[in-house]
Design a protein around this ligand. Structure first.
Ligand SMILES: [Zn+2]
Length: 219
């Protein structure tokens, strides 16, 4: 019964995507942005009770909106468009079903230390033919978020996270921890809606820059 339920939820997820974007074939690179948490899983709770699931939904929506305004928009999909909980395995299955070129998981951080701050970018700690591209993309994000947005850098790190482990054999995948909601400055940053637009711009520039160099390798 559990299996049937799981498959039904993946089918609903796919159906949602078709309704949103249609099934047209695009020559552009296909990016799956994994919007972490959702539904009863709020993720980290920050200062002023802001929830990680809401912040990253707002970031993802800003990316979608800005992308549509580009001359050559990328083919971007999200793992969730609403406040719903999707299992980690369905998120990675979805990436394979839609034949993503890149998988990027969005999160925000939390610490008991209110001074902890900055951006961390994670790459799978197992080697695959896509490790190099994933590491380059991770460095690009990490450098741009520091230089252009002023976030402190906590570095590119290697980890055995499920969403990275289950994707790195198929395409480059990275997980972004976009600041600490437990830090006053960084949670305030997300209370200004204009910052979502700026972050979306930097995010799309990082992707485009990397495709220029690694586009062929990712085909
Ligand atoms: Zn998270």
């Amino acid at each position: 019964m559990k299996n049937v339920l799981k498959n039904v939820s993946l089918a609903i997820l796919l159906l949602n995507m078709c309704l949103v974007f249609g099934q047209e074939i695009s020559a552009q690179k296909r990016i799956l942005i994994d919007v972490g948490h959702g539904g009863k899983d709020g993720g980290a709770i920050g200062i002023n009770k802001i929830q990680e699931k809401d912040i990253i939904m707002d970031i993802a929506n800003a990316i979608l909106k800005l992308n549509k305004e580009l001359e050559k928009p990328l083919d971007i999909y999200l793992t969730r468009y609403k406040d719903t909980l999707i299992s980690l395995s369905d998120r990675t299955k979805l990436a394979k079903v839609i034949k993503a070129d890149v998988f990027i998981s969005l999160h925000c951080n939390h610490s008991d230390n209110p001074n902890a701050r900055g951006v961390e970018v994670y790459v799978a700690n197992t080697l695959s033919q896509y490790s190099k591209e994933a590491a380059w993309l991770a460095f690009e994000f990490h450098t741009s978020f520091k230089r252009q947005l002023g976030f402190e850098s906590r570095g590119v790190k290697f980890a055995n996270f499920q969403v990275l482990r289950e994707t790195i054999d198929f395409f480059p995948s990275v997980l972004l921890e976009l600041g600490f909601l437990s830090n006053t400055d960084e949670s305030k940053y997300y209370q200004n809606s204009e910052n979502f637009v700026v972050m979306a711009k930097v995010f799309l520039e990082c992707l485009n820059k990397n495709f220029k160099y690694y586009g062929r390798a990712w085909n």
